[in-house]
Design a protein around this ligand. Sequence first.
Ligand SMILES: [Cu+2]
Length: 193
Amino acid sequence: MRLVIARLALCAAAIPLLAASDHAGSAPASRAHPRTIVAPGDTKVNQFISYNATAKTVAITVTAALNSAQGGFNFNGGSSGNQTITVPLGWTINIDVYNVDAIPHSAILITDQTPIPNGPSQAAFPRAYTDHLSDGLPAQTGHDSMNFPATPAGNYLIACGVPGHAPSGMYIRFVVSATAKAPTNTGTIATGP
Ligand SMILES: [Cu+2]
């Protein structure tokens, strides 16, 4: 956990990352834009994802409502499945989820399915969901992390667990690949904060 925390920073007034996952209250009104910081030996995929090929770990920052795409119902700018994060089978995944929106959001890894559940609650991997899954991490300051092994291979979604949000487009794709040699991120991705 300490290693993961060390890789992350907030570009704005740093809210205590060591605090409990749902620290409501004292944060500034301005939006903080979390970035994944690349540590020595890590490889950067983009501003949201880095990995360590030796340790087979992937550090992903997923921000709810990073921009105005889909009326804010997006993760890192992706919505309605138009963005895909692919990771190699068996690697260890850490996803830090931030909510910078004015309303609560959460995140959960679910099996790819149609129709998209109104309030997704069946995690595809152990502990692959945030706190406050249905009522959402606090507006503007919400943060939680998930850490899980990427197995089995398959097609999954990162979806918001707040009822109504996922069917409104608040989901992106997550693929566990038996053939990928390194993580990738494709599709509609926010290019800036
Ligand atoms: Cu949401």
